[in-house]
Design a protein around this ligand. Structure first.
Ligand SMILES: NC(=O)c1ccc[n+]([C@@H]2O[C@H](COP(=O)([O-])OP(=O)(O)OC[C@H]3O[C@@H](n4cnc5c(N)ncnc54)[C@H](O)[C@@H]3O)[C@@H](O)[C@H]2O)c1
Ligand SMILES: [Zn+2]
Ligand SMILES: [Zn+2]
Length: 372
């Protein structure tokens, strides 16, 4: 089918997105065609444009946070049918491997190739200007239609508004799970969330869900600090130094139990700051993307070892998407997870470059592209 999509022809050069005609093939074995209602604008897509995540191939169709309705199924698809409402997970999972059956489907090997530039079988489903187009996360939600792997397709109840469900494809579980799973947050914890954009604001929600006592948001942008307080933070400060003073006062100099790093780009100097905020035996979680080529990190290794702290990397909030996507939507339905309030502004696909400008200027918790 012919439709339109937002492509990067020169990733890593800040050249912006080109909205143009694309051709999407019919779904093949274990694939489905989904008519999207909406796509979230995640900072990870911007990292393809600014080179924090360099791509050795082009063009790419961006977008990895979407939900919609199945309009066609490929051969062998029995788990979902035409008309089903689905969330597209930015990581596929097979459901059969050791990681999947062990309850760690975010670590399924299927997810390790999402920046390969092809569909999982090595071919292309999307074409533009006579070339094969790679899709972000095997999806490419910056298009009204997505040919998605069944392994990334999660059926959801039909009463959930699809434009809100889209955010469950990446940002919400990534942030929420950073607190709930990766940080293994405990009742009464003092928690610092560093960077409360689309991901970090959901780390705040996760911390609230787990009964954290003090939730301190750090963000240089005033709107993000105000938002953090609305989403459950007990305190909001603009930088590390302010946070350090506050944590010192609140914990009698012991430090925070959990520190979660969800800034736009994780540079090496942040890690020791995170460590200095963390108490003995506490946990730091790194969810934010660092530049792929960065190797230098400021980190006090002696103190790290001798104070028994833990540094935990975190992909997709360490969630298990087939369990957690419906669980998060149940929390939303029960009024225990704020989704509507996450959407600061909606855009037409044609205005996608404005949406990314707004992301960089800190104007949105989440910008969302709407297709209907
Ligand atoms: N690990 C994963 O699975 C995963 C998934 C999705 C996104 N990410 C990454 O998470 C990060 C956040 O994504 P997002 O969509 O929330 O981005 P965002 O732009 O919406 O939010 C980032 C926030 O960090 C704030 N910030 C920037 N520098 C800061 C600093 N030094 N101290 C405190 N706050 C600071 C910004 O003001 C902004 O509010 C990105 O690096 C993204 O690529 C990781
Ligand atoms: Zn994302
Ligand atoms: Zn698996």
């Amino acid at each position: 089918m012919k439709t339109k999509g937002a492509l990067l022809w020169e990733p890593g050069t800040n050249s912006g997105w080109s909205v143009e005609e694309i051709e999407i093939d019919p779904p093949r074995e274990r694939e489905v065609l989904v008519k999207l209602a909406a796509s979230g604008i995640c900072h990870s897509d911007h990292h393809l444009d600014d080179g924090v995540i360099p791509l050795p191939w082009a063009p790419i169709l961006g977008g990895h946070e979407g939900a919609g309705v199945v309009t066609e199924v490929g051969p062998g698809v029995t788990d979902v049918e035409v008309g089903d409402h689905v969330v597209l997970s930015f990581l596929p999972s097979c459901g059969k491997c050791k990681m999947c059956v062990g309850g760690r489907s975010n670590m399924c090997a299927l997810g390790s190739g999402v920046l390969a530039g092809t569909a999982p079988d090595g071919s292309h489903r999307v074409h533009a200007r006579g070339k094969g187009v790679g899709c972000m996360s095997y999806l490419g939600t910056f298009s009204p239609y997505v040919c998605a792997p069944l392994d990334a397709t999660i059926r959801i109840d039909r009463d959930i508004p699809l434009d809100k469900a889209a955010l469950i494809g990446c940002g919400v579980p990534t942030g929420w799970g950073s607190s709930v799973y990766a940080a293994d947050m405990q009742l009464n914890d003092t928690v610092v969330v560093v960077g409360t954009g689309g991901v970090g604001i959901n780390a705040v929600q996760g911390a609230r869900h787990k009964g954290a006592r003090n939730i301190i948001a750090i963000d240089p942008v005033e709107y993000k600090r105000e938002s953090a307080l609305r989403f459950g933070a007990t305190h909001a400060v603009s930088d590390y130094a302010e946070a350090a003073q506050l944590v010192e006062r609140m914990t009698d100099g012991q430090g925070a139990d959990r520190v979660i790093v969800t800034v736009g780009v994780a540079y090496g100097n942040l890690m020791n700051q995170a460590q200095e905020l963390t108490r003995r035996g506490g946990v730091m979680v790194l969810t934010a993307a660092a530049p792929v080529t960065q190797r230098d990190v400021d980190f006090d290794l002696f103190t790290f070892a001798m104070s028994g702290k833990r540094l935990q990397g975190c992909l997709y909030g360490s969630t298990n998407s087939r369990n957690d996507v419906p669980a998060l939507l149940d929390l939303y339905r029960d009024g225990k997870l704020m989704l509507d309030e996450l959407v600061t502004k909606t855009y037409d696909l044609e205005d996608i470059n404005q949406a990314f400008t707004d992301l960089q200027e800190g104007k949105n918790l989440r910008g969302v592209i709407r297709y209907d």
